[in-house]
Design a binder for this molecule. Structure first.
Ligand code: AMP
Ligand code: GLY
Length: 430
């Protein structure tokens, strides 16, 4: 089987890595891919941007590709699945009408209200002044309605901060098409990521994960795409998972069906679990999470292509239960100094082989090969991922591998996983 993976992040490297281990998979094309997929077994990078649909279609025809896996949300929201559709081609990732679950927060809020899916109270405004008048208490959450690469949400702790966030959205800071803002009740609790596979008929969760979104230790500072993740998270008991299936995942699928949306791909529910154990949806994503996919696929034993094809061919209900390695996987993101704001690129990366020799898997995100060197090429550079028999073991192994890697301006959080054991549980890599 020949596969095309669209995207260039750590998530896409993890997907390529997992697929490359399967005897069924002959060749993998990554468009555009990164420095990791460039050297991954069976993989080849082709420099086609994720939104150049005609060039992707041509590549699929030229190479006789039979499965396309779409990594990021932007091409999904632009309708890549609709565009590439043709007989005998399987495309993992929802059609445009389904990707709106992530692409419009106001749409997702209406969808949740209709299906009685638990979520924060909210209101949507198309005018800055009315939005500001609505805010009477803090903290409050201000969300740009459309895609904003994880940067469109402000948890405002003062009224002024909320007003500034609203102004920024209407002044087009994220996207000049952002015509509306969602103002949402602030929720407290533990944030978790439940990624589920669906073929439009059945929905099956993967292992629950937790992601550290804030750039700074102690979950401080601005939000990023994610600075580290681990799975399974001990805060999700089997009972809570069953509750999430019943209150969130099943009603999501049922409402997609009711709206006539044939959704085949990942439904990613970002959830806040209240101190009393009630799940509420913070957001939906229409794709695998990044960096959650790195630890999740590190524990997956079932061949990934079997799951992806079952989703595309509406056979998910026929598959046996998904097999997982026992233990825990932890992934620590190594970023470029300055991320999520401005950062420099082109720094030479060393120590990957030494890090791999510890037994960890190094997923590349913002890297590229330049002459003989591997250099930084993005904000999130690498995802150092280790599997251990328990949480502590996985975390110690991951940080031991992190210690081996060097590049100018390297930045990472030393407290990935601290929520599991409390904030005193810092690992000092020195
Ligand atoms: P979102 O893109 O909607 O998931 O928001 C990005 C991040 O903002 C989330 O991962 C949470 O950390 C935070 N957040 C979003 N909505 C809320 C909320 N209602 N209450 C508290 N924090 C939130
Ligand atoms: N890690 C958060 C995301 O993938 O959206």
């Amino acid at each position: 089987m020949k596969i095309l993976i669209v995207g260039n992040g750590g998530r896409e490297h993890a997907i390529a890595w997992k697929l490359s281990h399967s005897p069924q998979v002959q060749q993998i094309f990554c468009t555009p891919g990164n420095g990791g997929t460039a050297t991954q077994a069976k993989c080849q990078n082709i420099p086609i941007p994720v939104t150049d649909f005609p060039a992707l279609k041509q590549l699929i025809a030229d190479q006789n590709i039979s499965l396309v896996v779409v990594g990021p949300e932007v091409p999904l929201a632009l309708g890549i699945t609709d565009y590439l559709k043709q007989p005998n081609l399987k495309i993992f990732g929802p059609i445009k009408a389904g990707a709106i679950l992530e692409a419009s927060k106001s749409w997702a809020k209406d969808f949740m209200a209709e299906a009685n899916i638990p979520t924060a109270k909210s209101a949507t405004f198309t005018n800055a002044e009315t939005a500001k008048e609505y805010i009477t208490e803090i903290p409050i959450v201000v969300k740009a309605d459309g895609l904003a690469a994880g940067k469109g949400v402000t948890v405002a702790t003062t009224i002024e901060m909320a007003h500034n966030a609203i102004d920024a959205i209407f002044q087009g800071e994220f996207d000049e098409n952002h015509q509306s803002v969602v103002i949402e009740e602030f929720l407290i609790g533990q944030e978790i990521s439940v990624l589920a596979l669906t073929d439009g008929l059945t929905i099956r969760p993967l292992l629950p994960a937790q992601d550290h979104k804030a750039v700074g230790e102690g979950d401080t500072g601005p939000n990023t795409g994610g600075m580290g993740a681990y799975t399974p998270t001990p805060i999700i008991s089997p009972e809570l998972m069953a509750d999430i299936q019943r209150k969130v995942l099943e009603p999501t699928l049922t409402n997609l069906q009711k709206r006539g949306i044939d959704y085949r791909g990942v439904v990613y529910a970002g959830l806040m679990i209240s101190p009393t154990g009630e799940p509420k949806v913070l957001e939906f994503n229409c794709r695998f999470g990044d960096p959650e996919t790195q630890p999740i696929l590190s524990l997956l034993e079932t061949p990934l292509e079997e799951l992806l094809l079952a989703c595309c061919e509406q056979r998910l209900a026929e598959l046996p239960p998904i097999n997982w390695k026992s233990g825990v996987a932890v992934s620590v993101v190594l970023a470029s100094a300055g991320y999520p704001e401005a950062y420099e690129k082109g720094k030479v990366i060393s120590g990957i082989e030494k890090a791999e020799a510890t037994g960890a898997t190094i997923f590349h995100a913002g890297t590229k090969l330049h002459t003989q060197n591997l250099i930084t090429d993005g904000g999130r550079v690498l995802g150092v991922t280790a599997v251990g028999a328990n949480f502590i073991e996985a975390k110690v192994k991951a940080y031991a591998a992190v210690d081996c890697i060097k590049f100018e301006g390297i930045y990472y959080r030393r407290d990935i996983g601290s929520r599991v054991f409390g904030n005193s549980e810092f690992i000092n890599p020195q």
